[in-house]
Structures are given as C-alpha cells and as structure tokens.
Design a protein around this ligand. Sequence first.
Ligand code: ATP
Ligand code: MG
Length: 162
Amino acid sequence: SEQSAVAIIHLVMERFSQQKSRLILQLDDKLPLVLVSASLIQQAIFNVIDNALRYSPIDKTVTISIKTLDTNSKHPQVVIDVRDQGIGISTAQSETIFQLFYSVDSFKRNDSGTGLGLAVSKGIIAAHHGSIQSVPVEQGCLIRICLPACAEPSINDKGKAS
Ligand code: ATP
Ligand code: MG
C-alpha cells in the first residue's frame, strides 16, 4: 500500500535500541509516498543500516537521508541514502557485496555475518522496481536505495482522477 518512507525509517530506527544514538536522520521538506510492502522495505533498509553500524567505528555516526529525485519528471524517485564513516567498500567490490553469501575478507573477520543481508535487500528493492547500489565516496560507505514515488493523482480532461 501507499506508505511514507519517513514512517518506515522511524520504525526501522526503533529496532536499533542502544545503537540508535549513532543514527542521524536528514529529511527533505516534502516527500512523496511510495507504493511498497512496509514490512519488506523495513527489512531491506534494516540490513543496510545494520551493516553501516557494524562496519564502522562505534564512536562514528551513520547518516540516513531521504530526498526526492526527478520531482518534475514522469518517474520521480524517493532516494534513501545510508552513509557511514567506516572502512568503506572498494569500487571492485561495489557489485559483489550484493551477491549471496559474499563478505569482504570474511575469513579475517569475526564480526561479519553470513553475507545474506544485502542480497536480501537487493531482491526486495528489485521486487519494488527500485534500485540499490554502492555509490563511491571519499570516506566510508554510501548505500543508495531508490524507490519509485507514487504519482500525485492527476485530473484528466473528463474531470476524473486518473
Ligand atoms: P548478514 O547481513 O547476512 O548478517 P553480512 O553483513 O556479512 O552478513 P551483507 O550485509 O550482505 O552480509 O554484506 C556483505 C559484505 O559487504 C559484508 O560482509 C561486508 O564485508 C561488506 N559491507 C556491507 N556493508 C558495508 C559497509 N557499510 N561498510 C563496509 N563494508 C560493508
Ligand atoms: Mg549485513
């Protein structure tokens, strides 16, 4: 159903209990709704924020920002950026991290998980005709989720909403 991305983010943030104080939320003034399964999208975003918190130092914040892209086009998007100040992801690994069971240097680390999180997120976002990608940044990691925005109901020349 039609959901507010902001409401979804708030519910996801609630799930991080003690780590919640590391999360900073930045919102655009006016955001369109998205047509999604709220529980699935919550899971998709949870996985990304979980990584950002896990793969960056405990004293560093994670910034979640939500904005609209291509507002005036036929296909406006709601963009959810999750940015951390951790070790980051190399360009070479920016695609592979979304594969099942992939974890960077997993044999060297005792803090990494099963390598499922981002593959699950990608599947959920794809099912909603959206996209998820690692955007190259100078420091840390930026994961960008784009979801098609709900179009404002338009009035056609017969005077009916279409
Ligand atoms: P799971 O999420 O299933 O518990 P996981 O975190 O290892 O396990 P993914 O969430 O799919 O699996 O992430 C895959 C790999 O991508 C991680 O193991 C890590 O190496 C790398 N990665 C993901 N997010 C980040 C990040 N924010 N910073 C640095 N590396 C990351
Ligand atoms: Mg993970």
